[in-house]
Structure formats: C-alpha cells, structure tokens
Design a protein around this ligand. Structure first.
Ligand code: PLP
Length: 429
C-alpha cells in the first residue's frame, strides 16, 4: 500500500484569485525578505542620545543629569483605575466570573464608555464604530492592512516617526508636507498634490501644535474632494484645555465620511505599560471597490477578526474606569500636573525670547534652537552646560532640523531644576 504523503498542497482549496498556482522553488533559489526594510532609515535618535549621555557621564562622573526628553508618563495609575483592575483580577479568579477570549472588537462596556466620551465632545458614535486595541501604535500600523500598497501617502514633517516607517515597510510612496514656523507647524493641504492617505496628529508629537476647527475643516474638505482618507491620531487629546480647539476630527462636519481616528489610553491614563487604545471607523466611511461602495468598518472588522484576539478584560475594566466620572477626574489631575510642567518650560522660553510651539494644550514644547544651532549642537550644549537631556528635532524629520523637543512628563522638581539650568546656560550664550 502506498504511504500517504506527510503533507500536501491542495491548490483547489484556495478561493479563486488567492495566490494562484503554488510553484515550488528551485533548490538554489533564495527565500526572499521584505526588501522594504532596507529602505528604512536607521533609528539612531535614542541610541545616539544614550551614547552621548553615557560618554558625558564617563567624563564627568557623578553629574546629575535631568531628562526632559522622555515621551513616557511617570505618574502612577489613578486610584479608580487600580481599584477597577484589582476587582477584575478577582473576577478572573472565580469560576462564575472568569472570562476567556473577549470579542476582538472589545467589551461593550468599554465601547459604550468611549461612545459617551465622544458624546461629551458633541460627537455621536455607535458602539460598533469603536474598536478596542492594545494601543495606538499597533493600530496606526495595522490599519494599513485595509489599504492597497499603491496608495499615495501624505505625512507632515516633522512627525511621530511611526507613520513614515510603517508605510516604508509596506512599500508605499510617501510625500512629505512641510511643517515650519511660518505655518505654526500646522501644514494645510496643497491642492496640487493628490494624496490617498493623510496622517494628521493633533496635538502633534513632537511640535505640540494643535489644529483649529477651521484648519481641520480645510483638511476634511480636501479629503472629500480627493476621496482621501485621513488617519487622525488623537493620542494627546486630553491635553487640549482650550474648548474652542477640536479634540476629535469627528467634531468637524463631514469627517465621518473621510476619517478614521486612532486614540490611546497611554498618555490619557498612564497606560503606556498597561496597553490599551481604540480605533474609530465610522460606518458612514465607504470607498468604491469595483464600482460598489464598501464599508471600511467591515473591512477593519474582518482584519481584526482574523489577526487580533482582543485586549485583556482586566485592562479594559481599567480603561473603562479611567473614563468614568471619578476616574476621569483623577486622570485629569495627572494631566493638569504635566501641563503645569509644560507651562513652566514654556514660560522660561518666553522669558528667554526663544520661539516655541506647544506647551499649552500638549505635553510637548517645541523650540527653535538659539543662535542658529543645529538640533544636535543644541543637544550637546544643553547636556554639557545645563546637564539637561532633550530630544533633537531633526530626529522627527528634515523640517525638525534646528528645533528641539522638551517634554513635560518629568517630576515637578526635576522640571523646575532643569528649566533653571537651561535659563542660566542660554543666558550665558
Ligand atoms: N501616537 C503618537 C503621536 C505618539 O506620540 C505615541 C506615543 O508616543 C503613540 C501614538 C503611541 O501610543 P500607544 O502607547 O497607545 O501605542
């Protein structure tokens, strides 16, 4: 009797059009890597910062260095969040309340909490517009699965580097949009450029700049005219204290037909190590495929069904608590603390007559390096003269050259101390 093969390829099992005939490779043919990875710029920024700080400390042992460069939160989780998560751990330890896999779109209690959160901004969402994920970074990358590689991508410069790198990894072509001091680092569309996918980040990392309602309306009008999709990153939305500024693109009429919003509990509720975010894909958002409208919400749902198994129950209960009345008040105390730090940094720059953006509705202060220094020259100057570490603007794109990012996520004491040392160092220039 003939032995059954150890495995078999059933080409006929493939749905029509799925890959075509499988052709075994010749033995000498190489397996292929994703060559797009070799087009990525090396991520030197934080490695170089660490190397320079280490070298400085070796030459100057015992020097107290203050870090105003970190983009990570430092305050602990709010009490209401910790209580909710502890209770959820208790539930997981009892047979009657134990939970296994969650729905890959998230638990309805957290989706509803987000629907209410948006409701307070005047944005009406339905539960199934909301997808819970493990943070904005993952979804910023994952959402690209539903778009063809041929799409042209428009990315403001300077910007959070993940937008650029995820598109390079996929092989998409990118056009950069210049953010600079004359447009307040809030570039608007150039109607001669036709983009399919547009990234907007407001409040912006690294510039701290926030788009106004009128400016976002210009973007929505452009996207509607060109059939583009805006990927709106609102990771820092709770830092917006000025009620005339939009904290969601969906506050702009018409945005539900042309935008997806990516949000996060990382900076809102100190979840950088807990991991929870959300992606809003309104059901109104459709695009044509073979002449027929297709819902992007359905495509994203299909993607998540296949590739994602949800966020832990414990995490989602913590996130729900962060949006509850008590939790949100506690979380906003932490935000107020960071914003006061940002205000302290901004006031010092004002006093020194140094141009900056951000600092008011954002944890980031973005400043022009004094005396025409490059970003790295100013980094070295601050390290050596003020013993302060910040982030060179050139690490966020070509337009960041000559600028510098300071962050408000440190402690009050270290922020005040660093600012005093920065003031003294710059005054001596
Ligand atoms: N979007 C922006 C603009 C960010 O600056 C960051 C983190 O620094 C993220 C998204 C990532 O957020 P998460 O921690 O939810 O992945």
């Amino acid at each position: 009797m003939k032995a059954a093969p150890a495995y078999a390829i059933h080409e006929t099992d493939l749905p029509p059009g799925a890959g075509g005939a499988w052709r075994p490779k010749a033995r000498e043919e190489e397996m292929l890597l994703n060559e797009n990875y070799f087009r990525l710029a090396d991520s030197y920024l934080f490695i170089t910062i660490d190397r320079k700080v280490k070298a400085f400390l070796e030459e100057n042992p015992g020097t107290k260095i203050t870090k105003l460069g970190i983009g990570d939160v430092t305050l602990p989780l709010a009490k209401a969040v910790v209580d909710a998560m502890s209770e959820a751990v208790g539930e997981m330890g009892k047979k009657e309340t134990f939970k296994g896999y969650s729905s890959d779109q998230g638990y309805p209690f957290l989706q509803d909490a987000l629907v209410r959160h948006y409701g307070k901004k005047g944005v009406t969402l339905s539960q199934d517009d909301v997808f819970i994920g493990d943070g904005a970074k993952s979804d910023i990358s994952n959402i690209l699965d539903i778009f063809a590689k041929e799409n042209k991508v428009l990315i403001p410069d300077p910007v959070y580097p993940v937008y650029v790198d995820t598109n390079i990894m996929d092989g998409r072509s990118i056009q950069y949009l210049s953010g600079n001091a004359s447009n307040g680092f809030l570039p608007l569309p150039d109607k001669s450029v036709h983009a399919d996918i547009i990234y907007l980040c407001s409040p912006n990392n690294p510039t701290g700049a926030v788009y106004s309602m009128d400016q976002l309306k210009v973007w929505v009008d452009y996207a509607q005219a060109y059939d583009s999709i805006i990927l709106f990153d609102s990771a820092y939305e709770v830092f917006i204290g000025d009620s005339s500024l939009p904290s969601s693109i969906f506050q702009v009429p018409g945005a539900k037909e042309c935008a997806i919003e990516l949000g996060s509990f990382s900076k809102t509720a100190g979840f950088t190590g807990v991991r929870c975010g959300y992606t809003i894909v309104p059901k109104e958002l459709t695009r044509l495929s073979a002449g027929k409208p297709v819902s992007l919400n359905s495509l994203w749902k299909r993607r998540q069904n296949t590739k994602f198994n949800g966020v832990s129950y414990i995490t989602q209960r913590g996130a729900e608590a962060a949006l509850g009345d008590e939790g949100f008040a506690q979380v906003m105390q932490n935000i107020a603390y960071y914003k006061e730090n940002a205000g302290i940094i901004a006031d010092a720059l004002l006093e020194l007559g140094i141009w900056y953006s951000g600092g008011k509705n954002s944890p980031y202060v973005w400043l022009r390096c004094p005396k025409g220094m490059t970003s790295w020259e100013f980094f070295d100057f601050l390290l050596k003269q003020a013993h302060v570490v910040g982030t060179p603007g050139s690490g966020f794109g070509l337009n960041g050259e000559g600028y510098f990012r300071l962050t408000a996520f440190g402690s009050r004491e270290s922020t005040i101390e660093a600012v005093e040392r920065i003031k003294a160092a710059i005054a001596s220039l």
